[in-house]
Design a binder for this molecule. Structure first.
Ligand code: MN
Length: 265
């Protein structure tokens, strides 16, 4: 390994890089592991679903667990993949069949540094009805939340995005948005960091639940306006300890680790 080169690349690409070589990478892997545990603890993923992060050492690589339930992922499970969706070093460990969701989105979107794919339950009805998933508490739903119809891309399939062509079609449907629904299957959420993407995945599920409840009350619904959403996004984007994503991440992390230690549920 070209150690000097790797260290300078890390220093250049991450604000978190301290003086310790590899500090940014170690911090990212830590966030990725915690992200897996949080998504499980918050009921966004069950035994299925996955989260990845773009590799700070090489924009054409991304990091993701070997095929394993997210609630059990540790740092040793994290593998490096290329934009063809295949492991950089194939060590025989099983890999997720839907890894092409991640590879094709990283290929299409240079601004994306983390991807979550889940089957979070309250979102799925919006993928099989004509009711659009519109924003109440999720400003990142703008410009829109498109629905990926896998029949258009692959005819009759088992619904899994299990090759590059299906992944590319999904990435095309996602476009410049932050969330896309997969008809009868689940959703994909993207963001600039692992922490923001985890927050978005949790709030996508929460917004779906709120919308369902608002519809049960009946009558017209007042959605979040694009102007309000832009102001909320700007506010969340400010790095402020104790506010925004920082506050929720700290809480979700503590809860996930505490419950994991107690053999939760
Ligand atoms: Mn899936």
């Amino acid at each position: 390994m070209a150690k000097g080169k790797r260290t300078s690349a890390l220093r250049k690409t991450s604000a978190k890089a301290g003086t310790r070589p590899g500090a940014a990478l170690a911090a990212l892997i830590d966030d990725l592991v915690i992200g897996n545990r949080i998504l499980y603890d918050q009921n966004i993923v069950d035994g299925y679903g996955h989260i990845s992060a773009r590799d700070p050492r090489d924009q054409a690589h991304f990091l993701m667990s070997r095929a394993r339930a997210p609630g059990l992922v540790t740092g040793a499970d994290i593998m490096v993949f290329g934009l063809d969706g295949e492991p950089i070093k194939d060590d025989g460990r099983p890999v997720y069949s839907e890894r092409f969701i991640h590879s094709e989105i990283y290929k299409a979107r240079s601004d994306v540094h983390s991807v979550v794919h889940s089957h979070s339950p309250t979102v799925i009805p919006f993928s099989v009805t004509q009711v659009p998933l519109k924003p109440i508490r999720a400003p990142f739903f703008y410009p829109e939340v498109p629905v990926f119809e896998i029949r258009d891309a692959g005819g009759w399939t088992n619904l899994l995005v299990s090759d590059s062509a299906l992944g590319a079609a999904l990435a095309q449907t996602l476009g410049q948005n932050s969330v896309a629904l997969l008809r009868g299957h689940g959703n994909v959420v993207v963001g600039p960091t692992v922490r923001v993407t985890v927050y978005r995945a949790i709030y996508t599920e929460a917004n779906a639940r709120l919308l369902l409840e608002a519809k049960m009350l009946g009558g017209p619904i007042t959605y979040l306006a694009p102007e309000e959403a832009a102001l909320m996004e700007a506010n969340l984007a400010k790095p402020r300890p104790g506010h925004g994503h920082d506050r929720t991440w700290e809480m979700w992390k503590a809860e996930a680790l505490a419950r994991a230690g107690k053999g939760r549920r």
